[in-house]
Design a protein around this ligand. Structure first.
Ligand code: NAI
Length: 807
């Protein structure tokens, strides 16, 4: 059933509620955000003569929650427009307004009674067809709606967002026995398409899937580490990227989440799971000694400035990062952990192979290998032990761990990679019980949790039917790996590949390191463009599944060529990129760029030369060349002149200076949009470009965009006319740069870069304003780039970037 969500209400404007409201608004949907009325005045309110009846006081709590969401880093809101979609109120005066809402999300304190009371209040005013969900992270969902009407209970279930809701992909959806399945599906569909979430359905058990498994597995890690004398630095070295998990590893994550919050979760969970054979880990004396020690001292993690780690300054004022000694509670300089086994396997890129090598019998005496085996074997057996109780299928467990905690592989995926039968043998030999259904699976001849064909997962073991169940690809999902196995590669080299997406649509995928633009990539781009000349092909998608869409030009190549004074070669490469991007822009067949994450420098220029862009909402686009002492030379400046200055100059007597200054600032300060919406307001996306919330839908949406354009008889844009302000505009921009330099904001070389940039933006030093073509601006870009790359200071900046990764 398709339902329309035109208004959402969120109750509770704390860490989660305000940020959930922000994210709903990011999807373009108006949100009502409510919180409590304060029961006492602040001294400041008293001083201003306000009373508990003053509107400002009544909305104080919600206002503060909203402000905190506005100030959050990373940002909770994607744009100022989204902020304006949130209306604030309090439950005493404004609860009636939730009758307008199609979906009401409860996100108040994690306590049963207040939540139940609120549900009764909601029931009194809600519209009968509206959906009500709770964001509780641990309370039984059914108990929250106990005592409510049948209709309420049919419209009620759990929607557990992960923090921060804008960025964490997992949404756990927990229906009760009474929940209407169609409504549950409607919210799941909305969350996937409009909020960009990945939904996992859970059984109504304490802490659902993700937090249940992670709480107990996490407690095991602490218990094992502190009983066996591993240091904090050692544990973090062993529990990060080495085992396919984020760099925050174990203890940095504790500091991030807050030690008090983690302790509270453990306490709540303990009482809720009397039958869990591992719940004692939540009260392990070794773990409690350290956690309570921190709590007593108020060392709660990042929010109190120290926890397992502490940032400080040494005697000379240099920043230092200290680590807790859990025995003495002193902070010490961390020693670099050293494990022979880890050093031996570290270089193996594939996670499964790396861990298999680490678990080889020859490393059984190595402290590092022993630790990793202990925590992984526990994680796997615990997931198997709980699986049937908390999840509908094993895939949900893997999904929850991957999407909720950013692990590279979920427990069953990892188990497959280690080999199920041999690991089970070792677990049993060590006295670690393995769930009966896993034994049963092996005995029935199923050697892995997933069925993999041609490198693709095509099924998973279903413990109900005791056989593999087909995995059907989700709708609107187009991914690249299956194209390879299906023999859809048209052409490829080390940096890029071209695929046939059927229906006449081609896909150009970048896959160089960080997807930087190099000679082989340009070659493949040229090839894709020439394939478009052929009959049978109707359009091209440029997109990929790398971490970033494209980090810009390969600056190692630029720096090396500049150092060896091969300037003609650099000039040739710039011309090639310019010609190619112009050929895309004027291609008679549509070229749609599917952008995600970072598109910087040359990457942004590729985006700006598309017929259309389909951007993931989390796209960070910017021209960052000045950071390495250069200016854009692939048409980036030209595009901002075309988009931001030229249209306005069609209107008589417009002053070009403020517009030109805006372009100068955007490029000069290397501004990067912090969302697709912000990238659009900077000028990197146009009004016709689309923003897609679900990352997994991006390539599919881009292909569909090509076909739509074909359907509408796409014609390329007419040749653009660009406004060149000339000498006066250039002089005016230079004054601004000079003032900045005098005020000490710009070094001499910064000022030089600024002037070169101003020269392009102004369209050179024409004696009077003129309308020119794009080539004119491209020539100015190329010349400025060549002038700068020849300077010693720009070369130094290039090498600095290469050595440090920082501008
Ligand atoms: P919080 O303490 O930051 O915010 C709770 C807000 O609810 C406060 O602003 C409070 O004034 C308000 N409130 C309390 N009683 C109210 C009532 N009767 N009516 C209206 N407002 C009321 O809590 P947080 O962290 O935002 O958690 C909210 C819910 O989300 C809890 O159920 C929690 O378990 C869950 N959750 C929390 C996560 C986190 O990382 N903080 C993650 C996922 C879920």
């Amino acid at each position: 059933m398709k339902r329309h969500f035109t208004q959402v209400a969120v109750i509770g404007a704390g860490t989660m509620g305000a940020a959930i409201a922000a994210h709903v608004a990011n999807a373009g949907i108006p949100v009502l955000l409510l919180d409590k009325v304060p029961d006492a005045l602040t001294p400041a309110e008293e001083a201003r003569g306000l009373t508990l009846e003053s509107p400002a006081v009544r909305n104080r709590i919600v206002q503060e929650g909203f402000e905190r969401a506005r100030q959050r880093t990373p940002p909770a809101f994607m744009s100022p427009e989204a902020e304006r979609l949130v209306t604030l109120g309090n439950i005493a005066d404004d609860l009636g307004k939730i009758a307008q809402a199609d979906w009401i999300i409860e996100a108040i304190v994690e306590q049963l009674e207040p939540k139940r009371t609120l549900m009764a209040q909601i029931e009194a005013v809600r519209r009968p067809d509206s959906i009500v969900t709770s964001n509780t992270s641990g309370l039984p969902i059914a108990s929250l709606a106990a005592g409510r009407s049948d209709d309420f209970r049919r419209h009620f279930f759990g929607t557990h967002f992960f923090n921060p809701p804008r960025y964490m992909r997992l949404l756990e959806v927990t229906p009760t026995a009474d929940s209407d399945r169609e409504l549950v599906q409607a919210v799941a569909h909305f969350a996937e398409t409009m909020l960009g979430k990945k939904v996992v359905f859970c059984k109504d058990t304490p802490n659902f899937i993700g937090n249940r498994l992670q709480s107990i597995s996490g407690a095991f890690v602490l218990d094992y580490a502190f009983t066996h004398g591993y240091t904090i630095a050692e544990v973090d070295a062993l529990t990060g990227p080495l085992i396919g998990r984020p760099r925050t590893a174990v203890f940095r994550l504790y500091d991030l989440v807050g030690i008090d919050v983690a302790a509270q979760v453990a306490r709540n969970l303990y009482d809720l799971i009397p039958d869990d054979e591992y719940r004692h880990l939540l009260r392990s004396p070794a773990r409690e000694k350290v956690i309570n020690g921190l709590l007593e001292r108020g060392w709660l993690g990042n929010k109190s400035g120290q926890g397992f780690y502490k940032r400080s300054r040494d005697a000379e004022g240099k920043r230092v990062f200290l680590v807790l000694n859990p025995e003495t509670f002193d902070y010490e300089t961390p020693e670099k952990p050293h494990f022979e086994a880890v050093e031996a396997v570290q270089g193996i890129p594939d996670l499964g192979q790396r861990l298999t090598a680490l678990f080889d019998p020859r490393w059984q005496q190595d402290r590092g290998a022993r630790f990793v085996w202990a925590i992984i074997s526990f994680q796997l057996t615990y997931a198997a032990a709980r699986a049937q109780e908390i999840a509908y299928d094993l895939k949900s467990i893997d999904d929850a761990i991957r999407w909720g905690f950013n692990h590279q592989l979920g427990p069953f995926e990892l188990w497959d990679r280690l080999g199920v039968a041999p690991t089970v043998k070792r677990m049993e030999a060590e006295g670690l019980p393995v769930a009966p259904w896993v034994q049963e699976m092996l005995e029935a001849g199923y050697t892995s949790f997933y069925r993999v064909e041609n490198g693709q997962k095509t099924g998973y073991y279903d413990w109900e039917s005791k056989s593999y169940r087909d995995l059907t690809p989700p709708p609107r999902h187009l991914s690249i790996a299956p194209l390879r196995t299906a023999g859809k590669v048209v052409q490829q080299n080390e940096s890029a590949s071209i695929y046939d997406l059927d229906d006449g649509v081609l896909l150009l995928e970048f896959h160089s390191r960080l997807n930087t633009i190099d000679a082989p990539m340009l070659q493949m781009m040229r090839h894709a463009r020439s394939l478009l000349e052929k009959e049978g092909y109707v359009g091209l998608v440029i997109g990929n599944e790398g971490e970033h869409f494209c980090a810009g030009a390969n600056i190692l190549a630029v720096a090396t060529a500049a150092q060896q004074k091969r300037f003609a070669e650099i000039e040739e490469a710039i011309t090639a990129l310019q010609d190619l991007l112009m050929a895309f822009r004027y291609s008679p067949k549509p070229v749609v760029v599917a952008v995600h994450n970072r598109a910087l420098g040359g990457g942004a220029e590729i985006v700006m030369h598309a017929s259309r862009v389909v951007a993931h909402a989390e796209s960070y686009i910017g021209l960052v060349e000045t950071g390495v002492g250069l200016v854009p030379a692939g048409g980036g400046v030209k595009e901002l002149v075309r988009r931001l200055i030229s249209p306005a100059m069609q209107v008589q007597e417009t002053d070009p200076l403020p517009l030109a200054q805006r372009v100068l600032e955007t490029i000069g300060q290397a501004k990067v949009g912090r969302s697709a919406a912000e990238s659009r307001s900077l000028g990197f996306l146009g009004p016709q470009d689309r923003i897609v919330m679900q990352r997994d839908h991006l390539l599919f949406a881009a292909k569909r965009e090509v076909l739509n354009l074909v359907e509408e008889d796409y014609v390329p844009p007419p040749p653009a006319r660009l406004y060149a302000g000339g000498r006066d505009l250039y002089a005016a921009l230079k004054v601004g740069i000079w003032l900045m330099q005098q005020a000490g904001y710009l070094s001499e070389h910064d000022a030089l870069i600024g002037e070169k940039l101003a020269y392009i933006i102004a369209g050179g030093d024409l004696s009077a304003p003129q309308w020119t073509d794009e080539r004119y601006f491209l020539d100015l870009e190329r010349q400025a780039f060549l002038d700068l790359v020849g300077t010693e200071k720009t070369q130094a900046r290039l090498w600095h970037m290469l050595q440090t990764g920082e501008p």
